[in-house]
Design a protein around this ligand. Structure first.
Ligand SMILES: O=C(O)c1cc(=O)[nH]c(=O)n1[C@@H]1O[C@H](COP(=O)(O)O)[C@@H](O)[C@H]1O
Length: 312
């Protein structure tokens, strides 16, 4: 029997005691020289070589951490910047993570009108039919989506999720400094992010896995007061919480994003994990043991967050 990915995600979070996700955002500047040199030697100092370097970099980090974590979140822009070669590295990364039984959240932040959204949803979560056969495109388990175009943009994604037993994380309140420019605007007396949160809650009620909906939300770690309010508004939606670490989000601020059952949120960190070897704290590993530094950073992040939840 195929189970909803949200149920698998929760099961893995509970098993690993780790409500965390590693963001695979491989900027070339994060990749140690020896990895780049080898890739350039083998494939050329060009788009193909760069794509090879990010793939090899990802693979080593996945190998060093997959037993500790429930999920990864590759951010597609970091691959797209290398054109088709980068997208092939994205696809290889998704496939490899799935082989390691990780839940893959494709951070693609799509949102468009109906038929175009349908094509995005098909390409990233569903399958296309060609002749008499069906083919999966990128085949992630969840994707991030932007709700600015309203239901027309979101419903095609929900339909594919229902069919494929996959899921979404819809942007509700983002972690970046200017997120308030639009998201905090009052509509009547309510900020827009709360209205979006209510809509996400109602989509969630209609699309439940076991205990939680497969329609999740994104709420940045950098706005804990808003996180607290949104937790109440969206009790059954899983919240993806980016902004921990590099953007300043702290573990002690994260407890309100979780429900009383200890579930309901998954905290994301990209640079803080994949470029850990560059931080003073992990200096002893050096660039050659970059994947070991990432493993240690995952262990530390898990302890930091679980510690804050226990003190809650
Ligand atoms: O959807 C996201 O993941 C996301 C939403 C948001 O509000 N803020 C945010 O930073 N992100 C993503 O989370 C990652 C942040 O990376 P770090 O700041 O390095 O942990 C990037 O891939 C962002 O695109």
């Amino acid at each position: 029997m195929i189970i909803f990915m949200i149920n698998k995600l929760i099961r893995k979070i509970e098993k690993n005691k780790a409500p965390i996700v590693i963001g695979l955002d491989p900027m070339l500047s994060y990749i140690p020289e020896q990895v780049k040199e080898k890739a350039f030697r083998e494939k050329g100092e060009n788009l193909l070589g760069a794509a090879e370097a990010i793939w090899q970099f990802n693979k080593a980090i996945i190998d060093a951490t997959y037993d500790l974590i429930p999920a990864v979140k590759p951010q597609i822009a970091m691959y797209e910047q290398f054109g088709i070669e980068g997208l092939i590295a994205f696809k290889k990364t998704v496939e490899y993570c799935k082989e390691k039984d990780l839940v893959v959240i494709g951070d693609i932040k799509r949102g468009d009108i109906g038929s175009t959204s349908e094509a995005y949803a098909t390409g990233h979560l569903g399958k296309v039919t060609i002749g008499g056969k069906s083919f999966y495109g990128f085949d992630e388990d969840f994707v991030t989506v932007n709700p600015y175009l309203g239901s027309d943009g979101i419903v095609p994604f929900i339909n594919v999720c229902k069919e494929e037993k996959k899921g979404l994380f819809i942007l509700v309140k983002t972690s970046n400094p200017s997120s308030g420019e639009f998201q905090d605007q009052l509509v009547g007396e309510r900020p827009l992010y709360e209205l979006v949160g209510e809509k996400v809650a109602s989509w969630g009620e209609m699309h439940l896995g076991d205990s939680y909906s497969y329609i999740g939300a994104v709420v940045g770690a950098t706005y804990p007061e808003m996180g607290k309010a949104l937790r109440k508004i969206m009790p059954k939606n899983y919240i993806l919480v980016p902004g921990y670490g590099a953007q300043g989000g702290k573990a002690e601020d994260l407890a309100p994003y979780f429900n009383k059952d200890g579930l309901g949120a998954i905290v994301s960190s990209s640079r803080g994990i994949i470029a850990a070897y560059k931080q003073a704290q992990y200096e002893k590993f050096g660039p050659t043991a970059y994947a070991d530094a990432s493993r240690q950073a995952v262990i530390d992040m898990r302890e930091d967050i679980m510690g804050a939840l226990t003190r809650k």
